[in-house]
Write a protein that binds this ligand. Structure first.
Ligand SMILES: [Zn+2]
Length: 361
């Protein structure tokens, strides 16, 4: 994180949150620092977007990204990708909308400005974690099992990434069980890596779409250590990049990007995400998830997301990870270049000779 961000953030409004977030088991929530959304807006020089896609939300534009924030919600959207904030937006006594400093620093900034992430290194290897395996089949997915579906997608992703020139390590290559500890040991031995764990989700039959979870940057309670900020920021950028390409590919809502307290993620010494490829509990999506065609499409979307992240978070990169969705370009009538009088004469001569050479009927 750049010094100027930290200096600016240090002047933030300090509040004690009345309602601790659901994911935090903390009995007495730690003190939380807030900034006004207005400060965030002026820091990134955000301009008003023409219209927010969501009712009641503010839409702001940052270079290629449209950021949407709404009062009283825990979500913001960057280019249509939902990001669940660690803390809900609040209002101060003067009615100003506030956002937690941690959400700003660990969620929003790495997405809008990955070039400010500390200790950026070239991505060398992708550790692809096909979750479950052996007696641990995971959830049932149509006629298949989660352990089998994620292994098939993992193998397809390996092919995509190796074709693109990245090294891959699969935590498992067959139907056998691995403990979280074994997965962590395998991954932590690989330098310059990121960790992408693949899962399937399960809920009501009508819920669908992919979601990406990443390590929470927040301390669980006042006494617990804060996870490494460098990994948190890189993981946020990676989570966004993957959710963006998965959403673009599937056009299904999913849960967007979220924080999680998974012990597997917090034991890793690298940027790490857990990807829920879709809902096995949705019969239509479950059928798709077991089809080789859909698995190939998911793998290709994951690979595009990883490559986007790798380019944006590379040491020499100057591009944001939040690339705008492709715009529809209106076809313009083609303008003829301005011609000199000599050119016009040449064209008249050519037309005349063309008329002469035209076959007679
Ligand atoms: Zn799972």
């Amino acid at each position: 994180m750049s010094c100027c961000v930290l200096v600016m953030l240090a002047t933030g409004v300090e509040l004690v949150e009345a309602d601790p977030p659901a994911w935090s088991p903390a009995e007495s929530p730690p003190r939380i620092f807030y900034q006004t959304v207005e400060e965030l807006r002026s820091f990134y020089k955000l301009a008003d977007a023409p219209r927010a896609a969501r009712k009641g939300a503010y839409a702001m534009v940052h270079e290629d990204a449209t950021v949407e924030l709404g009062p009283g919600v825990r979500e913001l959207r960057i280019n249509g990708v939902n990001i669940t904030l660690g803390r809900p937006l609040m209002r101060d006594s003067a009615g100003k909308l506030l956002i937690s400093r941690d959400d700003w620093v660990y969620w929003i900034d790495p997405i809008l400005r990955p070039t400010y992430i500390a200790n950026r290194t070239k991505l060398d290897t992708v550790v692809i974690d096909a979750s479950h395996g052996g007696h641990d089949t995971g959830t049932i997915c149509a006629a298949s099992r989660e352990s089998q579906v994620v292994l098939q997608v993992a193998q397809a992703l390996q092919k995509e990434l190796e074709t693109a020139g990245l090294r891959c390590l699969l935590t498992r290559t067959g139907d056998y069980f691995l403990s979280d500890r074994q997965r962590v040991e395998l991954a932590n031995a690989v330098p310059g890596a990121i960790f992408v764990s693949l899962h399937l989700n399960s809920s009501n039959a009508d819920v669908s779409g992919p979601s990406v979870y990443t390590i929470t940057p927040f301390p669980v309670d006042a006494a617990s250590p804060r996870p490494s900020s460098a990994f948190c920021c890189k993981s946020s950028a990676l989570a966004y990049a993957l959710q963006y390409t998965l959403s673009s590919e599937t056009h299904l809502p999913g849960n967007g990007c979220r924080h999680a307290q998974y012990s597997l993620l917090s034991s890793l010494t690298m940027p790490a995400v857990s990807v829920e490829l879709g809902y096995a509990s949705n019969p239509k999506e479950a059928a798709a998830l077991t089809s080789p065609d859909y698995q190939t499409r998911l793998a290709a979307a994951l690979a595009r997301g990883i490559l986007n992240y790798s380019r944006a978070a590379a040491p020499e990169a100057k591009i944001p990870v939040a690339t705008a969705p492709p715009q529809k370009v209106k076809s313009q009538p083609r303008k003829e270049p301005v011609k000199s009088s000599a050119d016009r004469q040449k064209k008249r001569d050519k037309d005349r000779s063309g008329r002469k050479n035209r076959p007679r009927r």
